[in-house]
Unconditional design. Sequence first.
Length: 80
Amino acid sequence: MKVSIVTIGDEILIGQIVDTNSAWIAQRLNEIGLQVHKIYSIPDTEAAILRTLNRAAKLTDIVLLTGGLGPTNDDITKKL
């Protein structure tokens, strides 16, 4: 099975934080025999989230999301 990992957060894109979640998740998936096809890092916008989810769902069997639920004002994933 192919897996996509989607990390959501402007703080990742501007280098404010390092995305260690994707590396950890990819290692765990590999341990159980799942192949990570692609890792996306996207901003906290509805358009980017929906576009990326649609794209990832077409390419892979499983889509995992991380991020986007922090204390910043721009986090919209709670509403989606």
